[in-house]
Each structure stands twice: as C-alpha cells, then as structure tokens.
Design a protein around this ligand. Structure first.
Ligand SMILES: *[C@@H]1O[C@H](CO)[C@@H](O)[C@H](O)[C@H]1NC(C)=O
Ligand SMILES: *[C@@H]1O[C@H](CO)[C@@H](O)[C@H](O)[C@H]1NC(C)=O
Ligand SMILES: *[C@@H]1O[C@H](CO)[C@@H](O)[C@H](O)[C@H]1NC(C)=O
Ligand SMILES: *[C@@H]1O[C@H](CO)[C@@H](O)[C@H](O)[C@H]1NC(C)=O
Ligand SMILES: *[C@@H]1O[C@H](CO)[C@@H](O)[C@H](O)[C@H]1NC(C)=O
Length: 936
C-alpha cells in the first residue's frame, strides 16, 4: 500500500514534467519540423538575396560601365576590360572611379516653360513655349537693388574660340531645365541632347548658337537657345514668399503657376557689407528613404556667383568680373550598388517566423482544455501551480531552442540582419518577445474552447502582424510626420513591437552593409528606440501573465471570467423563479430515502468523524433558464452517506441528473445549494485538497492519443505520490488487473486502443495510488463480457479501502459490484438500499410467461386466475402473455402442476416462470416516480 501523504508541489511538477517529456518524445518529428521551419525561411531569404544580387546588385546598370578593349582570341571572351565614365550611361556613371574628376559647367536650374511665372496678360507664351523666366530681388535699399538687377544678366552671347572653353562660357548666364544627377561629374543638362538656355534681358534678334566640347573620348554638340530673363523688384521678403508659394495653388485654373529661377533678398547690403539670402528649389534632392540614401546635386553655385558678380560690378564698374568657370567633384573610388534585400524584407519574414510559435502554443493549450485533459489532471491532484510552472517552462524551452536555431541558421547562412548586429541584444530581444508570446497565448486560450477557432484566429494574427507591420506600420514609421506617441501606442500591439525591433535591426544591418558603420550595439540602445520597445514588451509580459493567471483562477473555480462585468448588468432575479424553486421540494419522500437523510443530518453534526468517506447534504443543482426556458432542476436535494469500503451504485434513466451529481462531486460545477464532505473536507471550499485523494473515471475517456497506457499510469501514479519501485509495482498490478498486460498492449499509444481498452485504462487510472474516493461514470460501457468480468474483479478488490460511487445502466454490474443502490429519477433518489432488499421490496412477485396460439389466450388467462386470483397481466402480444403473480399467493410447485395440466388441453409453445430482476425494479420505480412527478 502506498503512503497517504499527498504529493508535494515538486513531486507533482516532476510528474507533469516527465509526462510532457514523454509526450514530446512521441511527438519528436513534429517538434523537429517546427524547429526546422526557421531554417527553411532563412534559406528562402538567402535565395531571394542571391536572386537580387544577380539581377539587380550585380547587373551592369548598377556598376560603372565597361567596354572590352582586348578580344584577341576571338572566342567571344574578353581578355581585358576598361571601365570608366566614358563607357557609362547616366545610371552607371555615378558608380565609376574618379581619380581625376572632369571640370563641369555650372548651370542654373530654370523652370520648364509650362510652369514659369507669367502674368495673365502674357499667358499665351505657354503655348509657344517662349515664356520668360523670372528672378526676384528684394532688399532694404531699392535703388541699390535696381542697380544690382541690371548687372545680373549680360546683354549678349559671346564665344571667343581662342579663349579657354570654360572661361568663354562663364561670361554668359546659362541654365538647363533638366534635373541634376546624384553627382557632379555627370550632368544630364550637358551630357544629353537637351538644349542649353542662355538667359538674356531681351531675345531680339533671336540668337540661336551652338558650341561643342569634348569630354574624352566623346564630343558633345550643344545647341544654345535664348530665353528672356525678367529681374523683378519686390518690396519685401514677405511678397517674395507669397509669390513663390503660388506655385502650389494649382487647383484653380485661373491661378498662375509661378516657378522662378531664384530669388535674392539683399537685406541690409550697402557699401560696406554684402548680405544676401537666396531662395532655391531643393525638391530635386531625392527622397530620404531607407532604400535610397543618395542625395541629388542641387544647382545652387551659379546663382551665388550671379549675385556676387553683380555686387562686384556695382563697386568696380562693368569691366571687372567675377567668373565661375566650372565646378569639380572630389575624386572617389569605384563603387557598385549594394542593397541588402534580405535585410529589407527581413522584418516581415522574421515576424512570421517568430509569431508562428503562437498558434502552436495556443493550440496545445486549447487542446488540453477542449479534451478536458487539464481538468482530469486536476481531479487527480495536479494543482494549478505546477501546471502553470511546467507548461510555461516547457513552452519557453521550445521557443528558446527555436530562436537559437533561427539565429544560428541565419548567421551561418549569411543573413546580415543577424550577423551585423550585436548577438546579446538580439537574444535578449527575442527572448522577451517569446515570453510575451507565451503569456499572451495563456491569456487568449481562456477565450477559446475549440482548437479549430483558436487556430484560425492565431494564424490570422500571424499573417496580419507580418503584413500590417510590413505595409502600414513601417509606412507610418518612416513617414516623419506621423506623431511619435502614436507609434508608441501602435507598439502596444505585440506584433508591432516585435516588428519594430526587427525593423531597427534591419536598418542597422543595411547601413553597415552600405557604408561599414556599426551594427546595432548596446550603446545604440536608446538612440534606436529599442529601449521603448523593450519596456513595452516587459510591461506587457507581466500584465498578461497576471491577467492570464487571474482569469484562469476565476474560470477554473466555475465562475465566468467576465463576472465583474455581468454583475453590473445583471437584472435582479424575478420573484416568479423563486416561487418555482420552493414548489419542487414538495414530493413524496420514501422511507429509506428519509432514513438516509436522517443519517446525513446526524453525520453533519459531527463533521470530523471519518467513518463515512462521502457525505452529501441536500445537494441541489439548478441550471439557469436560457432563451426563455424555465431553469432546469438537475439535482433536487440529494442526501447520501457512503462509508469507506462501500460501492454505491447509482441507477437512473438518461437525464435523471446522475452526471450532474458526479460533476458536482468532482468539482466541475458548483452546487447551487447544499454541500458535500469528502474525507471531512468541504467540496465547496477545499476542492484542491479533495483532489489529492480522489480518482475519477469519466464517462468519456480523457487520454493523450500519443501516450501509452503505461505512461498514463506512471504519470497519474506520480501525481498520487507513488515513487520508485512502489510506482512500478502499482503500475504493473494495475495493468494486469484491467487486462492490458498481454501482447505489449501497455506500450502502445492510447490513440490506437479500441474503445474497450481505453475504458479499461480509464478505470485503471482512476484506481491507481489507492484513492480514498472514486467516482466512475459508466465504467464498463462497450466492454466484451470477459474484460468486463476482469474489470469488475479489479474494482471489487480496490473497494476494500475506498468509497466508490458508480453510475451504470447495467443491472448485472450493479448487482455484482454494489453494496447499495440508489435509483435516481428526475433529480431525486427514489429508493436506496441493498440490491436484494430492493428486489424484495419492489419486486415481490414472479413473472409468468406463456406462449400459445392466439385462440388459446383465454385459456391461459383462466389458468393464471386459477393459480392466483390477484395476478396482473403486464404484457400481451400475438399469443405471448406475461403475468405478475404475487409471491405470497403461490407456490412454485403449484404453477408447474397447473402448466402440466394445461399442456394436455392445448398446445403450449413455450412458458417460463422468473423471479423479478433488478431491471423490473428499476423500470417500476422509474415509471411510478416519473408519473408522480408529472402529476405534481
Ligand atoms: C542706397 O544705396 C545707394 C547706392 O545705390 C546709396 O547711395 C544710398 O545711400 C543707400 N540708401 C540707404 C538708405 O542706405
Ligand atoms: C578673345 O580672347 C582673346 C584672349 O583672351 C582676346 O585677346 C580677344 O580680344 C578676344 N576676342 C573677342 C572678340 O572678345
Ligand atoms: C511697393 O512699394 C511701392 C512704393 O513704396 C508701392 O507703390 C507699391 O504699391 C508696393 N507694392 C506692393 C505690392 O505693395
Ligand atoms: C520645385 O521643383 C519641383 C520639381 O520640379 C516642382 O514640382 C516644384 O513646383 C518646384 N517648387 C517651386 C517653388 O518652384
Ligand atoms: C546679414 O543680415 C542679417 C539679417 O538682417 C543680420 O542679422 C546680419 O548681421 C547681417 N550680416 C552682416 C555681415 O551684415
């Protein structure tokens, strides 16, 4: 016999831990598949990177242009290549090496004809493309401004072929309508077919000239066109601003679009100081996005030179000139496009990879809930504490392994998002994320009761987080106008806080890949906003853990988790319902039932007496009415005392309330009123302690499909504080007693058992560790006669030190196993007592059956009347008749004689005389009490 000290916290934790371990061992392949998923996704990312490298990063367009200069073998292979600006097109040029950058004309940016500032009177120039371009001037001294304005533009176009080429052009004010490039050695304004404009005060006569220049080895021919330049005075800078702002009022066709070349504010410029503000259009600068950190060149030097030159001429006369011949880029080495596409799309992928664990955890939690495995473990003494601790630790270990695999694979395979950032900061981040994820799964699992709905919702969360993160969240994050505090609010959604962290990792990896700066280190912790993400995750982790634990406690104690909400909205109970409740107590109490409740009353007076393992005192269960139906009275006051060593059988038709009773006793539902003492412990208060000495065999087998019978018994045995050799001995005995021993059945997974084998295993589970009380709900349904016999033997031998309550529909079983029986109809015990006593009381008659041809039915009736005048016909069909004959009126020998005599008179096909069975008693009791209840 095992010792009866209940198992400690650690013992129970250990039991669950070992069960989970065996469970995982049998699920090894699905675990391996899970851990391999990161590997697949990393390979996919690397594949995309390779594809991107060959198609984009390494494409000829994204590096300096080259030409073959030595093809002497003639086999199509190039022996020697020469790369450089001269072989490059516009996109290639910016990647070329530039040891000695060429000089470049400095041009003004002038607006295209259709956007030039015009007043309405001259609107027709838009059509001919001959609109003048405008330069605005303002300042504190109007007369000074007027003088400078005259000096701004030269009157003629001069080309002196003997002079230096650039010096020559520098005399003129030249501009282009095309945008500048990223660098300053390739200018589409010069290196393309577009004409160059020379800005002059007047274009009469139209001077259309051209020049050509050589930039080794190509010679460019440029056409020079005249464009009229208007230099206009404005009273102050407010006016200038106002006029330039008109560019954007494009909604109204009456409004003019007003782009200007440049505007100068001369401020307080005078004889002694030259002070000028220049307006220029920097929209050409290129956008400052993650993918495009290059900045376009802005055409501003020439306008600075223009106004400086005008000021110098105002001092020294028109003979003196300050000329800007050319500008020159700094030397640089050859480069090529290096976009780390894996890091760019990494956050979306990695969000998926990490969040993918969420459905796995949630499903496993909801599965244990849906299959009621959690509750059956609880009934066998596994408290909430060990369950939480071990389940959490288990998921944490799995997730951590998963994350480590992800980081190791990712780094090994060369993903820069892993390699370029500090590993400790990455690990801490992922570790926090999975903790939040697990506690979130615990919290969410309380909402679901079906695995299917849980998976659908969980996968929506997975894909939603990745896709919304990649599109919406990242978009808002990069758009600088979105308020930062709203970003913080969005990060409260766990999918987005994960995304944010990954995004920061990717940004640092991309930067390091582009220009060799640092990856993310702890010193960037607060600069990169990682600190906010960390704090949010840590706080949410604690809050969800607390909420999950609270909801679990509340719902496992049978209350609704949203109880506090319901209280607020609850209507006061209607008085009608209470009246209904009081009428049901009226009923005819049978003598034996009354005796039982007397006994219970006595026992309740001395609650510490241990003679009776189970004492139920007037237990009631009322299910509230739903959808307008009246409340359902499942159990209407049940008093019962079962001593240790007794097996109490509960018979009753379906729906009589037997299962409700068992559910109350096992803590699944709370009684509406009344209570029960189990081993002197109140089930309403001390259920957790009751569980440690309880065994349950539920109506439906609650087993893990992949665990073997032996593993089940080992687990429940450990929960019952069996250890070492005791444990193994108990398991062996238990397997033998329920006939699950031969043929290695015990070591097959329970999922492959037949219905009967599962049933026997359930019974063995309920009996292991010699519990003090055992509840069995129809233990032998679906068993073949041989197994049933051995099962009964097992129950009978377990009965010695245990109080057993069992419900059954098999009268044979009730008769064989039970010391006492109660017939339970319509929520109430109708009678209670030893099977023999019951039979005597309710079945004081024999049943006489005789089959003849139908014309002799009357003769049979006469015969029975002779034997016993009080006999009642209870059954009659096609010549077969059944009569109930009171025992005290007949002797069996008389019946035999009468039948022998009758056989001489007519043909008797068959006949029989039987004592009443328990079945007859049951039917009788059930019928009469149902009739009474309908009546009342
Ligand atoms: C404005 O500039 C002129 C020179 O063009 C100068 O003679 C005059 O004194 C200036 N006026 C003021 C108010 O500074
Ligand atoms: C051309 O330039 C040379 C040298 O600077 C100069 O001597 C000559 O006068 C210039 N010719 C014209 C037409 O400006
Ligand atoms: C600018 O100032 C002059 C003289 O002070 C005045 O006549 C003119 O109306 C002003 N222009 C505007 C647009 O205010
Ligand atoms: C600046 O340049 C952009 C691009 O050509 C143009 O759309 C915009 O209207 C310009 N803004 C002004 C004030 O001229
Ligand atoms: C240029 O003008 C600004 C604004 O009026 C003024 O603050 C600054 O002192 C001036 N600079 C010089 C050198 O006069």
């Amino acid at each position: 016999m095992a010792n009866h000290v209940s198992a400690s916290f650690l013992t129970r934790a250990n039991a669950l831990f070992r069960k989970n371990l065996t469970y995982q061992k049998s699920n090894i392949w699905s675990n391996v598949r899970l851990i391999v998923i990161p590997f697949y996704l990393c390979v996919l990312l690397v594949g995309i990177q390779v594809l991107f490298d060959t198609q984009v990063n390494n494409s000829p367009d994204n590096r300096c242009g080259c030409r073959c200069i030595d093809e002497k073998n003639g086999d199509g292979k190039c022996e020697r290549k020469s790369c450089g600006l001269q072989y490059s097109n516009q996109t290639q040029a910016s990647f070329c090496a530039l040891p000695n950058p060429p000089p470049l004309l400095s041009l003004l940016q002038i607006p295209s004809p259709e956007t030039r500032s015009v007043d309405r009177a001259h609107g027709s120039c838009r059509r001919t493309g001959s609109c003048p371009v405008t330069i605005l001037v303002t300042g504190n001294n109007h007369s000074l401004g007027a003088t400078l304005s005259q000096n701004l533009l030269d009157t003629s176009f001069t080309v002196n072929s003997s002079d230096n080429f650039f010096r020559n052009l520098a005399y003129n004010v030249l501009g282009t309508t095309s945008e500048a490039d990223y660098t300053n050695y390739y200018d589409p304004g010069i290196h393309s077919d577009l004409p160059i404009f020379q800005i002059q005060p007047r274009c009469i006569p139209p001077t259309n000239l051209s020049f050509s220049f050589r930039q080794s080895p190509v010679t460019f021919h440029k056409e020079v066109r005249c464009v009229q330049g208007l230099v206009l005075w404005r009273n102050n800078s407010v006016e200038v601003n106002d006029e330039i702002f008109k560019v954007y009022r494009q909604g109204n066709p009456e409004e003019i679009i007003n782009e200007v070349v440049a505007a100068f504010d001369l401020l307080d410029t005078g004889k002694n100081n030259f002070n000028v503000t220049i307006w220029y259009n920097s929209t050409y600068k290129g956008n400052f996005k993650l993918q495009d950190r290059r900045v376009k060149y802005v055409r501003v030097p020439r306008s600075v030179n223009l106004v400086s030159n005008a000021y110098l001429q105002f001092f020294r006369g028109s003979g003196t000139k300050m000329l800007l011949d050319f500008v020159k880029e700094m030397p640089k080495q050859e480069s090529m496009l290096r976009v780390d596409i894996a890091s760019v799309i990494g956050p979306v992928f990695l969000t998926w990879v990490i969040v993918l664990l969420f459905p796995v955890i949630l499903n496993s939690l909801v599965y244990e809930k849906q299959q009621r495995l959690r509750i059956i473990m609880k009934m066998h003494g596994l408290g909430d504490g060990p369950y939480w601790m071990i389940t959490y630790a288990y998921f944490l270990v799995i997730s951590t392994l998963y994350i480590i695999c992800l980081m190791v694979f990712g780094s090994a395979i060369g993903l820069k998002i892993f390699r370029f950032n500090d590993y400790s900061i990455q690990f801490v981040f992922y570790f926090l994320c999975i903790n939040l994820q697990i506690s979130l799964a615990f919290l969410v699992s309380s909402v679901f009761s079906k695995v299917k709905t849980a998976s659908v919702v969980a996968y929506l969360y997975v894909f939603g987080s990745g896709l919304l993160g990649g599109s919406l969240f990242q978009f808002l994050l990069e758009g600088l106008s979105f308020p930062r505090r709203w970003i913080l609010v969005m990060e409260l959604y766990p999918g987005f806080s994960l995304y944010r962290g990954l995004y920061e990792f990717s940004v640092y990896a991309i930067k390091r890949n582009l220009n060799g700066s640092d990856g993310m280190k702890w010193k960037h912790f607060s600069y990169s906003a990682m600190d906010e993400v960390f704090y949010i995750i840590i706080i949410e982790w604690f809050l969800t853990l607390i909420a999950a634990y609270y909801i679990d406690r509340v719902s496992s104690s049978g209350k609704d988790p949203l109880l506090f909400l319901k209280k607020v909205f609850k209507k006061p109970p209607s008085p009608q319902r209470q009246r209904h409740g009081s009428t049901v107590t009226i009923g005819m109490e049978k003598l034996d039932v009354a005796q039982e409740s007397e006994k219970v009353k006595q026992l309740m007076l001395e609650p510490s007496s241990t003679s009776h393992a189970i004492v139920c005192n007037n237990l009631k269960k009322v299910y509230p009415g739903r959808d307008g139906n009246p409340p359902k009275m499942a159990v209407r006051g049940l008093s019962l005392a079962v001593p240790s060593g007794e097996c109490f059988g509960m018979l009753g038709p379906n729906g009589a309330g037997k299962t409700s009773f068992i559910n109350m006793m096992t803590g699944l539902v709370k009684p509406t009123s009344g209570t029960a003492l189990v081993q002197s412990l109140d089930i309403c208060q001390d259920m957790d302690r009751v569980y440690t000495s309880m065994g349950v065999c539920p109506q439906h087998d609650l087993l893990w499909e992949t665990l073997t019978g032996r593993e089940h018994l080992l687990f429940y045995g450990r929960l019952k504080n069996l250890k070492g050799s005791d444990l193994h001995q108990a398991v062996e005995e238990s397997l033998k007693s329920v006939n699950l021993f031969r043929g290695g059945v015990a070591d097959k997974p329970a999922g492959r058992y037949s219905g009967g084998m599962k049933r026997r295993l359930s019974v063995a589970i309920s009996l292991i560790g010699s519990p003090k009380v055992v509840y069995m709900d129809e233990p032998s349904t679906g068993l073949d006669p041989a197994s049933r016999r051995s099962l009964w033997a097992a129950i009978k031998s377990a009965k010695k030190a245990t109080a057993i309550i069992l419900t059954t529909h098999s009268m044979e079983e009730a008769e064989f196993l039970c010391d006492r029986l109660g017939i339970f109809v319509d929520g109430r015990l109708q009678c209670i007592g030893n099977p023999k006593v019951l039979k005597g009381r309710y079945g004081g008659s024999y049943v006489f059956t005789m089959t003849t041809s139908s014309e002799h039915e009357k003769d049979v009736e006469m015969l029975v009347q002779d034997v016993s005048p009080n006999a009642k016909k209870i059954y009659h069909i096609a010549g077969t008749q059944k009569f109930e004959i009171p025992k005290e009126e007949v002797r069996i020998s008389e019946v035999f004689q009468a039948v022998e005599k009758a056989k001489g008179n007519f043909k008797v096909f068959a006949w029989g005389l039987a004592d009443t069975t328990l079945e007859d008693v049951f039917i009788k009791v059930a019928r009469t009490s149902q009739a009474v209840n309908v009546f009342s």
